[in-house]
Design a protein around this ligand. Structure first.
Ligand SMILES: NC(=O)C1=CN([C@@H]2O[C@H](COP(=O)(O)OP(=O)(O)OC[C@H]3O[C@@H](n4cnc5c(N)ncnc54)[C@H](O)[C@@H]3O)[C@@H](O)[C@H]2O)C=CC1
Ligand SMILES: O=C(O)/C=C\C(=O)CC(=O)O
Length: 351
């Protein structure tokens, strides 16, 4: 028997409205004395808020986090961290900012506390990613897990509706792939189903752009659960294709997940009946892939690769790159099937 082991990952999580006030306590608990606050250029306001809470613990702000964590950004941040003598970071933002914190942790051993502001779920995973020469490199290392995660639904009140929705769909994709991963397990299946249900419930309200506090808390709980599922399992075809599209064509990450998910689900779920049943239950629908298609369209997320600027002529290169180092998948896929799947995702044909 070759059953995979389930290994729970260490996580310290503070969850609740107003919990950003705990930030200084959490950095102290993590043993950090000189903290560099990381953010994107659009989240300077939040970085300022975090700096005020941290007081003299904050030694500076690096506000150049960007999607797919380019190598150049990591190098710039490392220089700033060294100049300021930082002994750790606070990642104040979505998956891009948390991704930068992970890279600094990996490269320079800088621990960090995460203050997530989207629903992407990266803070719960030991997965790091960076881009170099149009290739997205990913890996797993427990050292990139945050020392603490502070989930404050008040911080997600300002997320643009499109980012809220697509990051939530990104999280749903984590759970869908965790359900059919070779190392899935009963606790992961339970968390995945619940995480999908939470996000499916929240998504239509997030799409309005003015979600209430209860909906934001439900979505953040879903992100926590779905991120935990991704962190504990092996990624499959869906994540692989999205990483290739992100690296090769510099596509926006969460939007790419939104456009691809129904199509990969339609291909994979027939080969994974237990996973399919869990997704159907979570969506309360008889056809999981069709329900995911409807969810993407109705929540206003991009539903085709063409909409994201991909040219049809680029699909072959995407397929080739995907097949070079494939991720584990419940259903084997050959070049022809993959091109067919990509064609459907490109045109946005309902799954
Ligand atoms: N390693 C992992 O386990 C995972 C990594 N990721 C990575 O995360 C990245 C995508 O992260 P996302 O969270 O989808 O988007 P993001 O972090 O790129 O944010 C998108 C935009 O929204 C802004 N924003 C975020 N939260 C905001 C808020 N509360 N108020 C106002 N503006 C806000 C950001 O500043 C940014 O301009 C990708 O690079 C992806 O690779 C995503 C999921 C899992
Ligand atoms: O595709 C995802 O959502 C999961 C993992 C990554 O994005 C890897 C990364 O951090 O770049």
């Amino acid at each position: 028997m070759n059953a995979p082991a389930y290994e729970a990952l260490p996580a310290r999580v503070v969850f609740g409205a107003g919990s950003v006030a705990r930030l200084a306590e959490e950095t102290d608990h993590a043993g950090l004395r000189r903290v560099l606050v990381l953010c994107t250029p659009t989240q300077r306001g939040l970085a300022g808020h975090a700096t005020a809470i941290l007081g003299e613990r904050a030694v500076g702000v690096f506000e150049q986090a960007r999607m797919h964590v380019p190598l150049a950004t990591i190098s710039d941040a490392l220089v700033v961290a060294a100049e300021l003598g930082a002994d750790g970071c606070v990642a104040a933002g979505g998956g891009s900012t948390i991704g930068l914190a992970k890279a600094l942790s990996l490269r320079a051993g800088l621990p960090y506390v995460a203050l997530p502001t989207t629903y992407a779920g990266s803070e719960m995973t030991p997965i790091w990613g960076l881009t170099e020469d149009f290739r997205k490199l990913t890996g797993r290392d427990r050292s990139v897990l945050p020392r603490a995660v502070v989930y404050d639904p008040e911080l997600t009140a300002t997320v643009p509706a499109a980012t809220a929705v697509t990051s939530g769909l990104n999280a749903i994709a984590h759970a869908v792939e965790a359900l059919y991963a070779p190392d899935s397990s009963p606790p992961i299946a339970a968390m995945a189903e619940r995480g999908i249900r939470d996000l499916v419930e929240a998504l239509p309200v997030l799409g309005t752009g003015t979600p209430d506090a209860a909906t934001r808390a439900t979505a953040l709980q879903g992100a926590w659960l779905c991120g935990t599922c991704l962190g504990a399992t092996t990624m499959g075809l869906h994540h692989k294709v999205c990483h290739v599209l992100g690296g090769l064509l510099d596509l926006p990450h969460a939007e790419t997940h939104a456009a691809m998910l129904p199509h990969v689900a339609a291909f994979n779920l027939p080969a994974a009946p237990d996973a399919a049943a869990a997704v159907r239950r979570a969506l309360n629908a008889p056809d999981a892939a069709a329900a995911l298609s409807k969810l993407v369209t109705e929540s206003g997320a991009p539903s085709s690769l063409a909409e994201l600027g991909v040219r049809r002529s680029q699909l072959r290169a995407v397929a080739e790159e995907t097949l070079i180092t494939p991720y584990a998948n419940p259903r084997p896929i050959n070049r022809q099937d993959l091109l067919h799947l990509l064609e459907k995702a490109w045109s946005g044909t309902p799954a």
